[in-house]
Design a protein. Structure first.
Length: 202
């Protein structure tokens, strides 16, 4: 079984400022969406599997949650993942490459960069993923009805979905129900890049 890796904002100039801003957005979005649904911290703890103490720490910007924890919270709230990390938008919006908040694993072997502006659609999200050579990244089950489409841009991908495994090369793609645990593995000797489309149930 592959252990989940903590994800943090991509290091670089202004990284501390970017991480603090992301933490504030997550805190505000979590608090607003929880209250809009009439949920107490205890209610959300039960539906998400994240402890009340951890939720309180996140809402008060006292901790930086991993992507795995944010996914659990999104499932518990019944909202797309991007709603927790993005600023509210309306009308036509543009996401510049330099403005995207890149997330990476603590060991630097996995990166995820959003390609769709936050709030652009409640039904889908698009990411560009980078996975280092011979690295793996495990993802917990998403909300019921969620699907993913992975397109290999370069390198290799061994996609594990439940008990099934799919070997893919550049130009190949796989679609699967993402409401069960799944793991991305790069068996190659160089970095691999993928497009990851997440589609939520209507």
């Amino acid at each position: 079984m592959v252990a989940r890796k903590a994800i943090r904002p991509l290091a670089g100039p202004g990284d501390d400022v970017g991480a603090a801003e992301l933490g504030r957005r997550v805190a505000e979005n979590l608090r607003q969406r929880r209250k809009a649904r009439g949920l107490s911290l205890d209610d959300l703890a039960r539906s998400s599997g994240v402890s009340r103490a951890a939720l309180s720490q996140i809402e008060t910007s006292k901790s930086n949650p991993t992507v795995g924890v944010l996914w659990k919270i999104a499932v518990g709230l019944g909202v797309p993942f991007a709603e927790l990390i993005g600023a509210p938008r309306s009308g036509a919006v543009v996401l510049r490459r330099g403005d995207a908040q890149v997330l990476r694993s603590s060991d630097g072997k996995f990166e995820s960069r959003p390609l769709t502006p936050a709030g652009a659609s409640p039904l889908l999200e698009l990411y560009e993923l980078r996975l280092a050579a011979r690295a793996t990244h495990a993802s917990e089950a998403h909300a019921p009805g969620t699907h993913e489409v992975l397109v290999v841009l370069s390198g290799l991908l061994k996609m594990h979905v439940g008990t099934e495994t799919f070997d893919l090369g550049a130009g190949d793609s796989v679609a699967f129900a993402a409401d069960r645990p799944h793991t991305y593995e790069n068996p190659g000797g160089s970095d691999a890049r993928y497009h990851n489309l997440i589609v939520y149930e209507r």
